[in-house]
Design a protein around this ligand. Structure first.
Ligand code: SF4
Length: 340
């Protein structure tokens, strides 16, 4: 049976329309390594195949609460809303220590809105990070860096940050129009180079469809990532739901699948992961099915059907409770009702 036939036999894909050419290409380049299904806890989560963690073991903090000066068209600061506000170093210190005591905190993501130059001023929080790392060496700390330079990247690393994440944008038009930012693509590459020169794990993100739902700078962004020392690449798909009505199209699942294919081909020896953000519903089911077939290494909050697709094409899978970019704790085998 071809992959397409096997997948169409899965209940969750009864009404799904797959691109046969794309599925055939995935099958021709099939990979057999395991896929990780991650269920971090900064979002409510449950699918019929996997359980959410239920504990606050890897929360996200925002140092600006809901505030952001950039107000990019695709986000308008909405990504910050579910994060825990930590607008002063003392607040961050207290909240993290409470969570370590009460909820067995394993690590956290530090984020925030940016200034008009797409920079985030984390410096005053570094003494707190150092103290937390000293007292709880097991904590894994990730940070959304935004744009930065080598000196500031080094200070970030020295404060104990384990993992640095940034969005890589490959088209000047997208930076200008979507981000309202007057900085060249080169500044994004320079930031990646600066981060890569430190001891931190570097996990760049690419937002597929960032240019109002069109594919524009993604391939260039993949090239930029491939030129630097990065541990993993996280791909997410733009969500028109967050943007002002009518400004963004939803990228087609075929376009998204093709980017998965290019990412896998360009970064054969590095982790390529599908991150939390992507449009919901059948779009998400098909996207996740493509991610499994394309040979990506992990999916955050997998949609119903993803585990079944892995089984149908013979890829082993594991579940773990952590941000998809950070390996935390022992993975647990996925229990599934689907026969291989
Ligand atoms: S993507 Fe970041 S910088 Fe842009 S609006 Fe959202 S929080 Fe602000």
């Amino acid at each position: 049976m071809s992959w397409l036939e096997r997948i169409q036999a899965i209940e969750e894909f009864e009404d799904a329309e797959f691109d046969p050419t794309l599925v055939k290409a995935f099958e021709a380049a099939a990979v057999a390594h395991p896929i990780r299904f991650s269920t971090p806890t900064f979002k409510e989560y449950a699918s019929s195949e996997l359980q959410g963690c239920g504990k606050n073991s890897f929360p996200a903090f925002s140092i600006t609460a809901g505030g952001c000066a950039l107000m990019c068209d695709h986000c308008e600061a909405k990504i910050l809303e579910p994060m825990i506000p930590a607008t002063s170093p003392e607040m961050l210190d207290r909240k993290v220590r409470d969570l370590v005591l009460l909820q067995d905190l394993q690590g956290f993501l530090l984020s925030g809105g940016s200034n008009r130059r797409n920079e985030i001023a984390y410096e005053r929080f570094y003494p707190v990070l150092q103290g937390l790392k000293r007292d709880f060496p097991h904590l894994r700390i990730a940070i959304h860096t935004a744009l930065t330079d080598e000196t500031r990247a080094r200070r970030m690393a020295d404060s104990g940050v384990d993992t640095a994440m940034m969005d890589v944008i490959g088209a000047e038009e997208t930076i200008r129009d979507v981000y309202h930012l007057d900085r060249p693509v080169d500044d994004f590459e320079a930031t990646l180079a600066a981060l890569s020169s430190t001891t931190m794990e570097i996990v760049p993100h690419i937002v597929i469809g960032l240019h109002y739902g069109r594919i524009l700078g993604e391939t260039n962004a993949l090239d930029i990532v491939s030129r630097h020392r990065t541990q993993a690449l996280v791909l997410v798909v733009v969500m028109p739901f967050y943007a002002s009505k009518g400004t963004f199209l939803t990228p087609s699942t075929t376009d998204v699948g093709r980017i998965f294919q290019s990412a896998r081909a360009r970064l054969p020896d590095r982790q390529v992961l599908l991150g939390c953000a992507r449009p919901p519903g059948m779009h998400k089911r098909i996207t996740d099915a493509y991610a499994v077939m394309a040979g990506l290494d992990g999916i955050a909050f997998p949609a119903d059907g993803a585990v079944a697709v892995a089984e149908a094409i013979g890829r082993p899978s594991q579940q773990e409770h952590a941000c998809c970019s950070i390996k935390l704790g022992a993975p647990t085998s996925v229990q599934s009702s689907y026969a291989a």
